[in-house]
Design a protein around this ligand. Structure first.
Ligand code: C5P
Length: 319
């Protein structure tokens, strides 16, 4: 509980984590599996206005558009959706909800509030059926990692979870964002199922995030963090928050920074306990959350009781 209080105040460090999580972080730092070489500069202590301005200036949502090798030679220009992700809602969405999959959302009764937004973003295989009271039932968009496309347990091809919504997939690429290297050696081969899905469902908007976008977000986290963060991509949750900030007038994020319901239950829909799901091991999740805490414009009571953070859309940011 003391840790949670400090997280709400934005005053935590990885040194306060359990030794097991600290060890995992150190191992990821020394493995540096994606070849990260941070060339930016640390800008300590930026305030909210400055951080938002920097985000607005720099964050460009990018998806594979088939114009670069190797995808250009593979006919991806005609394969990807004709309308880019950023232009699906040309006048922007007004108010958007980002629903994290954390166990802490159980017994929140947030469902009606979540459904009242114009658009709702969910992650991976997080269901709504059976959990409507706490997570709502509207889904506009899903961010899915490459394991969802490749692991047969997820039934990506025929599960209703992935139908009639906007799909955005991603996979950890090398920090260099060398698309040839990535295509030859993705973390999980999402390219084959993507092509197959596009051919079978040409009218469903389905995008793959460009590695440059993902690593741009990582650079931003590291620049604004005093400690050395894990050299691995940000979590789907952070990617989703930034995606919605670029598409919506206002973004309400649920159970990213944990509420008083904080629990080690990893997902609301799964009986699996691990503090790493909330505090991070592979992903620089703790640092992502500290940054989002600094950006919060919502009421502290909403953070404590609902686990809700309110963020302005980047279009509304005045620099
Ligand atoms: O586990 P999964 O990636 O599907 O969850 C979606 C996102 O929700 C994560 O990427 C993370 O940002 C967030 N999350 C969290 N705490 C949890 C579980 C998920 O912050 N306990």
């Amino acid at each position: 509980r003391a840790f949670l209080q400090r997280l709400w105040q934005g005053a935590v460090s990885a040194r306060m984590l359990a030794p097991r999580l600290q060890k995992a972080m150190r191992d990821y730092l020394s493995a540096n599996k994606h070849g990260v070489r941070f060339r930016g500069r640390r800008a300590a202590g930026r305030g909210r206005a400055e951080l938002l301005c920097e985000l607005r200036r720099r964050v460009r949502v990018r998806t594979l558009d088939g114009t670069e090798p190797p995808f250009s030679a593979l006919g991806w220009r005609r394969l990807v959706p004709p309308v880019p992700l950023g232009r699906l809602h040309p006048r922007g969405l007004r108010s958007c909800a980002v629903v994290m999959s954390a166990g802490a959302i159980l017994n929140s009764s947030l469902g009606p509030e979540i459904d009242s937004h114009d658009a709702v973003l969910r992650f991976n295989s997080a269901p709504t059926r059976g959990y409507e009271k706490d997570v709502g039932n509207k889904t506009t968009m899903r961010i899915i990692n490459s394991q969802i496309l490749t692991n047969p347990n997820h039934h990506f091809i025929d599960s209703s979870l992935y139908k009639d919504i906007i799909l955005v997939a991603w996979d950890p690429a090398p920090y260099s964002a060398n698309l040839n290297l990535w295509y030859k050696k993705p973390d999980y081969n999402l390219f084959t199922p993507y092509v197959q899905h596009r051919q079978r469902n040409p009218n469903q908007p389905f995008y793959i995030l460009h590695p440059k976008f993902i690593w741009q977000l990582w650079d931003f986290i590291q620049e604004n963090t005093k400690e050395k963060i894990q050299p691995n991509p940000p979590s789907s949750g952070f990617i989703g928050i930034l995606l919605m900030m670029s598409m919506c007038g206002e973004v309400h994020v649920y159970e990213y920074i944990p509420s008083i319901r904080q629990t080690e239950l990893c997902h609301y829909h799964e009986l699996y306990h691990d503090a790493a799901c909330t505090l991070g091991a592979y992903h620089p999740l703790l640092y992502e959350k500290l940054l989002v805490q600094r950006l919060n414009t919502g009421a502290l009571g909403d953070l404590h009781r609902k686990g809700k953070v309110v963020l302005p859309g980047l279009r509304a940011v005045r620099c």
